[in-house]
Design a protein around this ligand. Structure first.
Ligand code: SF4
Ligand code: SF4
Length: 172
């Protein structure tokens, strides 16, 4: 049997680090500072959600949606690029032939998704599906209110992804 190489990861603490009391006192000082700011200076650290909402970064990536054209037809052509690139493997598409519609620019979309599911519980909101999509079909919105009561409700199907919801716009 070959020799197994091991790596010694035990860390040598400095004298200051070995005095845990210093770190504890530093942590307590932050707590006391916040206490003073809140109760003496009446500084607010919380907001009255949902009446008040924080302004999120433009880069925030929230709930997915699929863009639609004027005929309410999804812009997705079932090319599978998003499914292929997804690191969490949480997109599942079944493709079908598109017989009828033409898109806004008069170019025929040859394929359509028969089903298009995203498991939001597996998704890490990396945005790679949005980056990869050649049709600007799949997008991540700025909506962060995605709580559900059942796990099944966190699997977004095509109807859910195509829905028009206020505030469900692409990121800036
Ligand atoms: S945001 Fe990332 S993890 Fe989520 S569906 Fe898109 S590619 Fe997959
Ligand atoms: S959402 Fe975009 S990348 Fe994904 S299958 Fe449809 S067209 Fe292709």
């Amino acid at each position: 049997m070959g020799k197994i190489n091991t790596v010694n990861v035990s860390k040598k603490y400095t004298f200051k680090e070995s005095l845990y009391l210093v770190a504890i006192i530093q942590g307590m000082m932050i707590t006391l500072k916040r206490f003073f700011e809140g109760f003496v200076l009446h500084k607010k650290f919380t907001i009255m959600y949902p009446e008040e909402r924080r302004d999120y970064s433009q880069r925030f990536r929230g709930e997915h949606f699929i863009s639609i054209d004027n005929n309410k037809t999804e812009n997705c052509t079932a090319c599978f690029l998003c499914e292929t690139v997804c690191p969490a493997e949480c997109i599942h598409i079944v493709a079908d032939e598109r017989e009828d519609d033409q898109n806004l620019y008069g170019v025929k979309k040859e394929k359509k998704p028969l089903s298009f599911d995203i498991d939001a519980l597996r998704c890490c909101f990396c945005g790679m599906c949005e980056e990869a999509c050649p049709k600007d079909a799949i997008k991540l919105s700025r909506n962060y209110e995605m709580s559900v009561l059942k796990r099944d409700d966190a699997i977004y199907d095509l109807d859910h992804l195509k829905r028009e919801v206020k505030g469900l716009k692409g990121r800036g």
